[in-house]
Design a protein around this ligand. Structure first.
Ligand SMILES: [Zn+2]
Length: 165
C-alpha cells in the first residue's frame, strides 16, 4: 500500500520511497541491554519528572545509536506540546547541520489537558524520530518518508524494547 502523497513525488523521490518501504525491521544487536531503561522511563513519566525522562531518553538514544553504529544525536524533552493549526506536535527531528549533530525534541505533556503523555505513545514518538535519524544514517537514504515500511521499522524497535508479556 502506498500513501496518497506517493503520486505527487518525482521519479527520484519515488525511488527513495520504494527503498524505504522495503525495509521492515531494524534488528538490534542487543535489545536486552536496553530493557532496564523501560521501567525507568515508565516510572519517570508517572512522576512527571522532566529531567529524569530526558536523561533516560538520552540513554536510550545513546544505546540505539551505538548498537547500530550511527552518529549520536542531541535530545531534549520539553513540557507542553506546541500546536500548529489543529495539529499537536508530538516530536521533532532536525537534521545535522554543519558541525552540529541532529536533534530530537520530544514533548511530555499534551497541549489540551497538559497531561503527561502515556508511556507507549511517548516511547513510540521517540522511536519514530529515531527512525528518521536511521533513514539518513543507517540506510543512507537522501530523504526520510513516512512509508508503510517506516512505520513497520518503528514498530520493530518498539517490540524489541517492550516485548509483549
Ligand atoms: Zn515523522
Amino acid at each position: 500500500m502506498f500513501f496518497s502523497y506517493y503520486k505527487k513525488l518525482s521519479t527520484a523521490q519515488k525511488r527513495i520511497y520504494l527503498e524505504s518501504d522495503e525495509i521492515h525491521a531494524i534488528p538490534l544487536p542487543d535489545a536486552t541491554a536496553l530493557h532496564p531503561l523501560i521501567p525507568q522511563l515508565i516510572s519517570a513519566l508517572e512522576h512527571e519528572d522532566r529531567e529524569q525522562i530526558e536523561e533516560i531518553c538520552r540513554a536510550l538514544a545513546r544505546g540505539l545509536t551505538s548498537q547500530l553504529g550511527v552518529p549520536l544525536l542531541r535530545l531534549k524533552v520539553l513540557a507542553v506540546r506546541p500546536v500548529t493549526g489543529s495539529e499537536e506536535l508530538h516530536g521533532l527531528y532536525e537534521l545535522a547541520e554543519g558541525r552540529a549533530s541532529a536533534v530530537i525534541t520530544l514533548w511530555m505533556r499534551t497541549a489540551k489537558h497538559r497531561r503527561v503523555v502515556a508511556f507507549r505513545s511517548f516511547l513510540r514518538t521517540l522511536l519514530h524520530e529515531m527512525c528518521h535519524h536511521l533513514d539518513y544514517h543507517l540506510y543512507t537514504l537522501p530523504d526520510s518518508y513516512h512509508t508503510e515500511g517506516f512505520y513497520k521499522r518503528e514498530s520493530s524497535l518498539f517490540h524489541q524494547l517492550v516485548p509483549e508479556t
